[in-house]
Design a protein around this ligand. Structure first.
Ligand code: GTP
Ligand code: MG
Length: 385
């Protein structure tokens, strides 16, 4: 282990004293042991592995305090998350509605025929407005024109456009979410991004999606900037019966991430989802902190998926954020949120081309099940139908 990481793990372990476990009522069907002391003893074992010495006692003393342990005794009304199939049908309609300007432009091309230059020009303008980027928009329109001309006058224009667009949006990426439990540890997912993009909401929605697949999910509230952030995540956890590991306001987010992964290992959950604080990509100190959260979580067990959450309405700025975040942590997937409120569907292609990382999930509303697994075919059908 390199010394930087050792130092960071040390910070994580020493901060355990301040880490409280917010334990929502375990799901009746699949309750896991959610003992606080077992989480602490796991920490102790880890620390001894790292340092070869007994763990400093102040951590255990504080965590033993009933004040620091927030166990919800109340029955929390839980609801059943919507199945993946049901939500994809519902959300496809919602996406199509928000992208109606693009659909209109395609419709004019289909009805005007291959040689209708005005319709193609309008399509190009619309794609630029939809944040595809000027160069990409020109390339797309040129290649669609070439493909349709090659097919000849009797060809089904819509079908040719559909095939070409699906190939473009698909980009040959694997979009599988790495949420399969490993033999000895849960899958670990980090959500990262600038302020207000929808990280906490996405973490909560993703928990519901995974619970709907009958997975045991533990949430880590590594946004310690504001107590409200952890409360927000706790509410999501309570609704699906997931354990939430949180820390004190202003505490070290890396220690919460470390503790969440360890608690997930102890409780043998399938997936640990770690929510991080929003941070401006231009603030070096905050970006360094994110790098540390990732390294510490990776050392605690491993990180399988780093989801960069981008607000689709932010346009080109979203691409700049994506570039900087991916220099600090190895982003494995993009979540595009707020696609319901904007006609900027072109950002999907732009961000994939820019980063070489696939869009894996899309947020299509503020409702608890308004998150869909991204599917290029449905996406294209939403655009051109
Ligand atoms: N319409 C719409 N709103 C969304 C979507 N995703 C999130 N939001 C809203 O965006 C706002 C911010 O969401 P949060 O999840 O708190 O964002 P965050 O990135 O965690 O914010 P910070 O932690 O403060 O950086 C909330 O009002 C959400 O309901 C979406 O897909 N569509
Ligand atoms: Mg948040």
């Amino acid at each position: 282990m390199d010394s930087t990481v050792l130092g960071e793990v040390a910070v994580g372990v020493f901060a355990v004293g301040g880490v409280a476990l917010g334990i929502a009522k375990a799901r009746a069907s699949k309750s896991k042991p959610s003992s606080v002391t077992s989480a602490v003893s796991g920490q102790a074992r880890k620390a001894e592995e790292h340092f070869g010495d007994p763990v400093p006692t102040f951590g255990a003393e504080i965590i033993d305090s009933p004040v620091a342990v927030n166990v919800s005794a109340e029955e929390v009304a839980q609801d059943s998350p919507e199945s993946v199939v049901a939500r994809s049908t519902r959300l496809r309609g919602r996406f199509g509605k928000s992208q109606s300007s693009i659909s209109d432009a395609f419709r004019k091309v289909f009805s005007g025929g291959v040689e209708n230059d005005a319709a193609w020009d309008e399509l190009e303008d619309t794609l630029i407005m939809a944040d595809l980027g000027a160069r990409a928009a020109t390339e797309v329109v040129d290649s669609l024109k070439a493909a349709t001309r090659k097919a000849g006058s009797g060809a089904d224009l819509k079908q040719i456009v559909r095939e070409n667009l699906v190939a473009l949006v698909d980009g040959g990426f694997s979009r599988e979410l790495a949420t399969q439990r490993h033999e000895n540890r849960p899958a670990v997912v980090l959500t990262v991004g600038v302020n207000g993009t929808g990280k906490t909401t996405t973490t909560g929605k993703l928990a519901r999606l995974l619970v709907a697949e009958d997975k045991d999910v533990l949430l880590g509230a590594a946004d310690t900037f504001r107590a409200a952030a952890a409360n927000q995540l706790e509410t999501w956890g309570e609704r699906v019966g997931s354990v939430v590991v949180r820390g004190p306001e202003g505490g070290d987010p890396a220690s919460v991430a470390f503790d969440a992964v360890n608690t997930g290992i102890e409780q043998e959950v399938d997936v640990v989802l770690i929510d991080t604080a929003g941070r401006l990509h231009t603030k070096q100190g905050l970006m360094d902190e994110l790098g540390k959260v990732h390294r510490v979580a990776a050392k605690a067990g491993g990180v399988d998926e780093i989801l960069l959450v981008i607000d689709a309405t932010t346009g080109q700025n979203g691409l700049t954020q994506a570039r900087v975040f991916s220099e600090v942590v190895p982003v494995t997937g993009i979540v595009l949120t707020k696609l319901d409120g904007t006609a900027k569907g072109g950002i999907v292609v732009a961000v994939q081309q820019e980063l070489g990382v696939p869009v894996k999930l899309v947020g299509l509303g503020e409702g608890p099940d308004d998150l869909a697994v991204f599917d290029p075919i449905s996406f294209v059908d939403g655009l051109i139908s």
